[in-house]
Ligand binder design. Structure first.
Ligand SMILES: Nc1nc2c(c(=O)[nH]1)N[C@H]1C(S)=C(S)[C@@H](COP(=O)(O)O)O[C@H]1N2
Ligand SMILES: [Mo]
Length: 346
């Protein structure tokens, strides 16, 4: 099935997108599996090629974010799951990053669960023939069900991670980190094109813009100006946001877990209060942050599970909450007590 706003390429055509050759090296091709696994392993190309009992063929649809699709393509290789099982993935592993043997060490990442459930394939053949170098041969990833930028060419390393590490396109050019073509998750900010998103990340000026659902996890946005911006459902997990100005911004239901928000400000601007309803501040660093007349209804500052210590926001005397803001939290006594680690000013 063709996802929204995609077009079929002509029969027999397969465009080349991005890098067109791997990094030159005399080392024989091998794929290593490193990170959160019981045993780190190296699989030479020959081992993968001769691993008969695990070699499968899989028919997949390719959907490139640049709007071309190519349906029913037959790739052969080893399921990612086979290799992961072989290395025994640790229980704290959450993400997988695929790294290319290419000049820019191109990479992309996925939640481990997704990579496995989408039947990601370590591909060696295309329509029964060895994969051409220009299309990622001798070994590339094929991740069905995601835009094709999630399928790294010239696979050299599989890294198993606890935290996500954004890939090349996702971090540099504003491509969406989830990349589901049927949900049209093309760009980090829906409604903006890739050039516009890149410009936003470069200038760190979000002020007055409607950027709801923007994907900005893990980015360095120190000193961001997001005054009066629309950031509903935004994803800022683990982002560097020290000194950011969110005055008058709408951050309702935003995901801020793990973000560095030291000295960030959440004050009114242009007659609008900072709307932080339902925002998730767990494990953020809020030292020096200023909340003034902001709405915190339903916001979360610490976890309730066993590891709540780790999930608690960092709040001390330099964090400022005024009385009005605290009232909006409709806090439980426990929550209030937690928050009042900071300084309450009226
Ligand atoms: N190493 C590497 N892998 C990559 C890229 C790249 O530039 N370098 N581009 C990605 C993108 S955006 C797409 S659409 C597909 C393109 O694969 P193709 O050139 O075989 O069509 O590879 C993906 N994997
Ligand atoms: Mo792409």
């Amino acid at each position: 099935m063709l996802p929204p706003n995609q077009q079929l390429v002509a029969d027999g055509k397969w465009p080349v997108v991005g890098e067109s050759a791997p990094r030159r090296s005399d080392d024989p091709w091998a794929v290593t599996v490193v990170g959160l696994v019981r045993s780190e392993r190296e699989f030479t190309f020959e081992q993968l090629r001769q691993w008969q009992e695990h070699t499968i063929e899989q028919t997949v649809d390719i959907h490139c974010v640049t709007r071309w699709s190519k349906l029913n393509v037959r790739f052969g290789g080893i399921p990612l799951k086979t290799v992961l099982d072989e290395c025994v993935v640790s229980t704290d592993a959450r993400f997988v990053s695929f790294v290319a043997r290419s000049d820019r060490n191109h990479s992309t990442s996925l939640p481990l669960e997704d990579a496995v459930s989408l039947n990601a394939l370590i591909a060696l053949t295309y329509e029964g023939q060895p994969l051409e170098e220009i299309h990622g041969g001798p070994v590339r990833m094929i991740v069905p069900g995601r835009y094709f930028y999630k399928s790294v060419k010239w696979l050299e390393r599989i890294e198993i991670l606890a935290e996500d590490r954004l890939g090349y396109w996702e971090a540099q050019t504003g491509y969406h980190n989830n990349a589901d073509p049927f949900q049209e998750q093309r760009y980090a900010a829906p409604n903006l094109d890739r050039r516009q998103v890149r410009e936003l990340f470069e200038t760190k000026d979000f002020s007055g813009r409607d950027l709801r659902s923007i994907q900005a996890a893990n980015l360095d946005l120190t000193g961001l100006n997001a005054a009066c911006s629309g950031l509903r459902d935004a994803d800022f997990r683990n982002a560097k946001l020290a000194g950011a100005c969110f005055d008058g911004a709408n951050l309702s239901n935003a995901h801020l877990q793990g973000a560095d928000l030291r000295s960030a400000s959440f004050r009114p601007a242009d007659g609008q209060i900072a709307d932080l309803e339902g925002a998730d501040f767990r494990a953020t660093d809020l030292r020096g942050a200023i909340f003034e007349n902001a709405s915190l209804f339903g916001a979360t500052f610490y976890g309730t599970s066993a590891d709540s210590d780790q999930q608690a926001a960092r709040i001390d005397h330099s964090t400022r909450f005024d009385e009005k803001t605290l009232r909006t939290l409709e806090a439980t006594p426990a929550q209030l007590q937690f928050i009042s680690g900071g300084e309450v000013v009226d």
